[in-house]
Design a binder for this molecule. Structure first.
Ligand code: IMP
Length: 201
């Protein structure tokens, strides 16, 4: 039987975990922080998505010893100079309150005709001594009001380029196929599959 690789995904976000497991398929055994008994509040003190994803992955590798990966995502709105960016989770308050974050964003964009935005994800993988970084992005616009109840975070106000609906109105499969995290994770999975294949030759 083919041996499965085990990796820890340094997140407590159930939505992300299920998105990721769905994309990874059977070849990878993805453990959550809960699976390894970690309930640390990992500090996200970086000034960029790259710094934060590295901080989270290093935290797990150094304290728990597992090969792992971490992601950090930001919504970058062009007319707001890239806001909320690295502060996406805590835009309105420290409470990770998606409804408040969206309300603040819609308020800041009131009357604004340039509503272009992108989601950007940075994934940092640490295997043994090696660190590898993957990035993915999806462009779109911020709608004038929220629509849909799927997904999480800013999904109800983000309409990808060429779509007539928001991420929150799409199925998980539709979103994963084009999303920022989907694209970054597709690269991660391709890389892992290739390195497993190379190691066997
Ligand atoms: P994180 O650092 O990857 O957890 O993402 C920071 C914040 O960006 C989250 O708290 C969400 O508000 C937002 N976010 C991340 N990924 C998504 C997504 O796929 N859809 C909508 N919002 C997201």
């Amino acid at each position: 039987m083919k041996e499965k690789s085990t990796l820890v995904f340094a997140t407590n976000n159930a939505h992300k975990l299920s998105e990721l497991r769905q994309m990874a398929g059977d070849g990878l055994n993805i453990l959550s922080l809960a699976d390894i008994g970690c309930d640390d509040d990992i500090p996200e003190t970086g000034q960029t998505l790259e710094e934060n994803s590295l901080i989270k992955a290093k935290w797990i590798k150094e304290r728990y010893g597992y090969d792992c990966f971490a992601d950090d995502t930001g919504l970058e709105v062009y007319s707001l100079g890239g806001e909320p960016g690295v502060r996406s989770a805590r835009y309105a308050s420290d409470g990770h309150d998606s409804a408040a974050n969206m309300a603040l964003l819609l308020k800041k964009l009131e009357g604004e005709s340039d509503r272009r935005a992108r989601f950007r994800t940075v994934v940092t993988l640490i295997e043994g001594e090696r660190t590898t970084v993957f990035t993915g992005e999806v462009k779109g616009v911020i709608t004038c009001e929220a629509a849909g109840c799927g997904g999480f975070g800013y999904d109800p106000v983000f309409k990808p380029e060429g779509w007539t609906k928001t991420f929150a109105e799409a199925s998980a499969e539709e979103k994963n196929a084009i999303s920022h995290r989907g694209r970054a994770v597709a690269q991660l999975i391709e890389y892992l599959n290739k390195s497993r294949f190379d190691n066997k030759c």
